[in-house]
Write a protein that binds this ligand. Structure first.
Ligand SMILES: [Zn+2]
Ligand SMILES: [Zn+2]
Ligand SMILES: [Zn+2]
Length: 123
């Protein structure tokens, strides 16, 4: 599955992933597992996960596979649907609908629109 990688990545001899060049993980086939952001839909190296397991492109979307990203429900009152992003504040997590309602979906859309600047998709 094609995935997005940072254009400025460097692949070293000690890199444990031949996509992103991270020395993190240690997968025997030298590829991080891929993960698709639940908010912006960007498929990327699981090792991209920022602090808290959020997407490196939109910064708030949850990357499935991080223990800190799994099993969260939307924190908006009376909602309880599966969360797609970490939004902080009292709700902490939001589903797609609440992400749109609180305006953060625009932020995610902008990150996707500008993705080509720093990221490139590789097979
Ligand atoms: Zn990787
Ligand atoms: Zn994302
Ligand atoms: Zn919700």
């Amino acid at each position: 599955m094609p995935r997005w990688v940072r254009k400025d990545r460097r692949i070293y001899d000690f890199s444990l992933c031949t996509y992103c060049g991270t020395a993190w993980g240690g997968y025997p086939n030298r590829q991080c597992p891929s993960a698709t952001c639940r908010a912006c839909g960007t498929t990327q190296c699981l090792g991209n996960g920022l602090e808290n397991g959020t997407c490196a492109v939109c910064s708030i979307g949850l990357l499935p596979g991080w223990s800190s990203s799994n099993g969260w429900l939307c924190g908006y009152k009376g909602c309880g649907r599966d969360a797609v992003a970490r939004v902080g504040g009292q709700a902490k997590f939001a589903c797609a609908e609440h992400l749109a309602r609180n305006g953060k979906a625009d932020y995610v859309a902008r990150a996707v629109a500008e993705r080509d600047l720093a990221w490139t998709e590789v097979a």
